[in-house]
Ligand binder design. Structure first.
Ligand code: HEM
Length: 126
């Protein structure tokens, strides 16, 4: 990857992040471990994830501008996040990156960046 551009730009900027988010949430909703802990109206979550991933991958700080400090681990505390759910989240994301047509090397890099936070958000074993 060209080291002078952000992962956000390498992925394809706003259109790519939108597409990843749109591919991701149907998989989350259909996943037996993940679906039940997400609200039925997924649109607000999708919008926040678009804002957050934009910022997380090195694009404009849209999430912080609208919602303040991310504090993502704290924001996930109300939800029981087991190691299995973290793996499930990452596997839905792996499929979403593929479906969104992200180059496989870039997708692996993005997943590696997400894997630290995903495991860090684990807050229960059951
Ligand atoms: C480890 C597995 C994960 C699970 C099970 C999980 C689950 C959830 C749930 C249940 C919500 C709340 C939906 C609601 O508003 O009711 C949420 C929100 C969110 N998650 Fe996750 N999540 C995980 C990992 C991640 C990761 C790795 C990221 C990004 C690095 C992330 C980013 C977000 C964002 C941006 C929101 C919206 C926060 C807000 O309300 O402002 N999540 N997640």
């Amino acid at each position: 990857m060209n080291r002078n551009i952000s992962l956000y730009d390498a992925l394809g900027g706003e259109a790519a992040i939108r597409s990843i988010v749109e591919c991701f949430y149907p998989k989350v909703q259909n996943h037996p471990l993940l679906g039940p802990i997400f609200p039925e109206d997924i649109n607000p979550v999708m919008e926040k994830q678009f804002l957050f991933l934009t910022q997380f991958f090195g694009g404009p700080h849209l999430y912080s501008e609208q919602h303040g400090h991310p504090m993502m681990r704290a924001r996930h505390l109300p939800f029981p996040i087991t190691p299995e759910r973290a793996e499930a989240w990452l596997s839905c994301m792996r499929e979403a990156l593929k479906e969104a047509g992200i180059d496989s090397e870039l997708a692996a890099f993005a997943l590696e960046r997400l894997s630290g936070p995903a495991h860090h958000f684990v807050n229960t074993t059951e």
